[in-house]
Design a protein around this ligand. Structure first.
Ligand code: ATP
Length: 357
């Protein structure tokens, strides 16, 4: 059963529609990530659930109860912000306990919870420090401790790791996920970073311009792409989206004629072919699509090659991921292909079309 439910949520700022008829459900104890490009309405959605922003229409239900009109303090939700939102003049301890003091939680109980949470997030020895004396990672731990000490069942996190360096961000991802499981919290986490979403989420809701493009587990979004937008958004590097069209019974991909077994099934509405970089391979016998290597992006265990196909004025090269790239140099003429079972087809609107099954 849904624990948090958004029903027909609309949000307008003045006359500008930012969220339009948004519906989704979140399961109790799950880690859900609201993902999408900058400006798509993620923070607005989170802030409406928290009660920091009014909804224009619709309903927000928690455990079956409509909380749309409840003030933020009565919703039983804690929140962690990108900017940490710590009080600079208060110590770590007082920052963490601030909310409990406001709510007049007894001193004994406060101390008990503080001890537990400090151990949980690893802030021992820093209780008397001021935020200005802490690193970014330590400040974020204080913000997490403050959210956890409230013992709310729901925690909303708005890009909490964006201000940290790559290594720390990676460590904190694992820690936050671990803490969420230990505390059995329901987390809704906002990010524009798909790698973060893929590594942390049980469930991803991918937003585009205020509407849901696709939702599901990370695996579902990677392997069962609903639209070209999802293909281009999920995956490092993203899915290759190539032009495909039928002309006099011939199939042209990026303006090159290619032999396929599926040509009879290509209908006029099919406009794009999607293929993951790991599914692209070199064709030894000079068949497939012809192109030129234009860049090599070395990652140690593998290399991403960018291949510009001939006769195409497209900006985007075909990306392929290979294990050993030392035999290739930029400017090499190559032929690439892919297994037909790995192809995704899309119509002119970018929606997936099943034609091979
Ligand atoms: N207070 C406001 N007044 C007017 N427009 C706003 C306000 N807050 C947000 N918006 C607009 O609403 C849209 C969604 O903003 P929101 O901050 O929710 O996006 P986001 O997906 O969280 O983006 P980011 O990742 O950049 O934070 C944007 O077009 C933004 O300009």
């Amino acid at each position: 059963m849904a624990y948090i439910k958004l029903k027909n949520i609309t949000k307008k700022y003045n006359k500008k529609m930012v969220i339009e008829d948004l519906n989704f459900e979140i399961k109790k104890g799950s880690f859900t990530v609201l993902l999408g490009p900058s400006g798509c309405g993620k923070s607005t959605t989170l802030r409406m659930i928290a009660g920091l922003e009014e909804i224009s229409s619709g309903q927000i239900l928690i455990d079956g109860k409509d909380i749309s009109k409840l003030p933020a303090s009565k919703r039983g939700i804690s929140m962690v912000f990108q900017s940490y939102a710590l009080f600079p003049h208060l110590s770590v301890k007082d920052n963490i306990l601030f909310g409990l003091k406001v709510r007049k939680v007894a001193k004994d109980e406060r101390e008990k919870r503080l001890k537990k949470v400090i151990k949980l997030v690893g802030l021992e020895g820093l209780l008397e420090s001021k935020p200005s004396q802490l690193s970014g990672g330590q400040k974020q731990r204080v913000a997490l401790a403050r959210a956890f000490v409230a013992k709310s069942k729901i925690c909303l996190m708005d890009e909490p790791l964006s201000n940290l360096d790559a290594k720390l961000r990676h460590e904190m991802r694992i820690e936050i996920k671990k803490l969420q499981q230990q505390l059995n919290m329901t987390v809704l986490y906002v990010t524009h970073d798909q790698t973060e979403a893929m590594s942390m989420a049980d469930h991803i809701i991918l937003l585009n311009k205020g509407v849901i493009e696709q939702q599901g587990s990370p695996k579902e979004l990677y392997e069962n792409v609903a639209t070209t937008f999802v293909g281009k958004f999920i995956g490092t590097p993203p899915m290759n989206i190539l032009n495909i069209k039928k002309e006099n019974e011939k199939i042209l991909i990026n303006n090159q004629e290619i032999n396929t077994t599926y040509s009879s099934r290509i209908t006029d509405d099919i406009c794009f072919l999607g293929i993951r970089p790991e599914d692209v391979y070199f064709e030894e016998n000079n068949s497939g699509l012809e192109g030129e290597i234009i860049y090599q992006d070395y990652h140690g265990s593998d290399t991403i090659l960018g291949i510009q196909t001939l006769n195409s004025n497209l900006d985007n090269p075909i990306l392929m991921r290979i294990q050993k790239a030392e035999n290739y140099i930029n400017g090499d003429r190559v032929w690439v292909n892919w297994s037909e079972t790995k192809i995704n087809f899309f119509n002119s609107q970018g929606e997936r079309r099943e034609i091979l099954s």
